[in-house]
Design a protein around this ligand. Structure first.
Ligand code: S3P
Length: 170
């Protein structure tokens, strides 16, 4: 079956949003950034949702949006890094899309997020939190069939690699 969407998975700071932008420009497909959409609909930033309602409430919003988006076509979807925590999210996305996991080393991720203040799961010892979360989630990211190592590739090159996969899967 033709894969109708392209879904970018990966830890925080692996370049999902910037790669998604390039893919959307190159294909003319619509870009959906899940975190931005959740924020828009909630009228609050992700950090505010975590602070007042808790992570579990955020995961429910995320899950509902996956269900909605996996029923649509023609989308490049940039997900939040925790999308892999619920295997149903990946199963739903696999049904209508090419699911690709972007990876990067802990050092690259730390460099990219060192000054970031928007991610509630990295609000303490950032280097330690990145290492611990990456280790815990590694099997979940590793389970995605298509992997693109973003350490050595710029967004254009990542998009090229993904478009090659997309052509092969279509
Ligand atoms: C999260 C990643 C974030 C955002 C939230 C939780 C995670 O998205 O969804 O802060 O659990 O890894 P990005 O991967 O776009 O930073």
């Amino acid at each position: 079956m033709k894969k109708q969407n392209i879904i970018l998975i990966g830890f925080m700071g692996t370049g999902k949003t910037v790669t998604g932008r390039v893919l959307a420009e190159r294909t003319g497909m619509e870009l959906v950034d899940m975190d931005s959409m959740i924020e828009e609909r909630a009228g609050r930033p992700i950090s505010g949702i975590f602070a007042t309602d808790g992570e579990a409430a955020f995961r429910i919003l995320e899950r509902k949006l996956v269900q909605e988006l996996s029923g649509r076509t023609g989308l490049v979807i940039s997900t939040g890094g925790g999308i892999v925590l619920n295997p149903d999210n990946i199963a739903d996305f696999e049904k209508t899309g090419l699911v690709v996991c972007l990876t990067a080393s802990p050092e690259t991720i730390f460099q990219r997020l060192e000054k970031d203040t928007t991610r509630p799961l990295l609000s303490g010892d950032k280097k330690g939190q990145i290492g611990a979360l990456l280790e815990k989630r590694k099997p979940l990211y590793d389970a995605i069939a298509h992997q693109i190592n973003g350490d050595l590739l710029d967004p254009e090159e990542r998009a090229n690699a993904i478009l090659n996969l997309y052509a092969l899967e279509s």
